[in-house]
Write a protein that binds this ligand. Sequence first.
Ligand code: SAH
Length: 319
Amino acid sequence: MPSRAGKDTGNKGKWLKIVLTSPPELVDALSNFVTEMGAEGVFQENLGPQVEGDFPESPLNESVNAYLPCDVRLESRLAALRTYLQSLSEIFPEFSAPEMKTEVITDPDWGEQWKKYFKPLRVSRNIVIKPTWERYTPLGSDIVIEIDPGMAFGTGQHASTRMCLEVLEDLILTRRSPEPLNVLDVGTGTGILGIASAKLGAERVLCVDIDPKATEIAKENIAINHVEDRVSVRQEEISTLKGTYNLIVANLTANLLIKLRKKLISLLRPGGYLILSGIIDQNRRDMEAHFFHDPLILHSTITDKEWVCYVMKKETAQP
Ligand code: SAH
């Protein structure tokens, strides 16, 4: 059995408390959505006027509170909630966009039930994602990645992660260049994409995340997978990064990708590939308007249900 490295990041008894602050007109829609999504303890609260004196009253003066178990379904539920919040703002541009805050709380009565949903999963021809606590006997060419997700995103079960893994496998295993492969994993979460890159053959991998919990969990998963010699982790915003990479993978959101576009391009070496994921179908046009330009050319597009992943290549002939 694989052993766990580092301190215990198990989710036993943990819940994610979600507070959605919103204009009153949207609270019913939000309550219905989180209830249908499987949240428990959903209740609405009137926060009253938030700003006194000469300032106008905040339009975000009601809240919806909800609790989600920190289990393997959490990431897809949060992704669905974010998508819903975005579509609400698009449908009702006249209202201020709801704001979401989250906090992990511990309920000692909650068991480890969630672990039964996270099983070894083949995500591509060669890659199998295995929870650290499960057994799996690898087949001939299997590349097994062990993950203990703790509170971080990235179990490989989400379409946006799975598509990145497929592309990484394809690009790295068919690469012919003699130049060492230097990978940047932007928004590493559990470290899954960085670890996969190293196991597929990348010589150097840098994983960055702005969330200190994610970087801590990524470090543990990197140790569990014995790739510390090639993979490093930093809690850092990419705006401060230096150097260039032959392959960059960024599974974020369309908004974030667009915001980070210039920096992502400047970190990419000519001839290098940029994998953009975490994009929902309705943001395709916006993404294409921002990314389908010189110096990038489209290498391929992959879709899985409503999720889209673009593989871009940076042209070699730079002025
Ligand atoms: N790479 C994993 C996790 C993706 S979730 C996977 O593919 O499954 C996105 C991660 O990006 C989160 O952990 C979040 O904390 C991080 N993130 C968000 N904005 C970021 C930024 N500007 N720079 C670095 N990381 C960021």
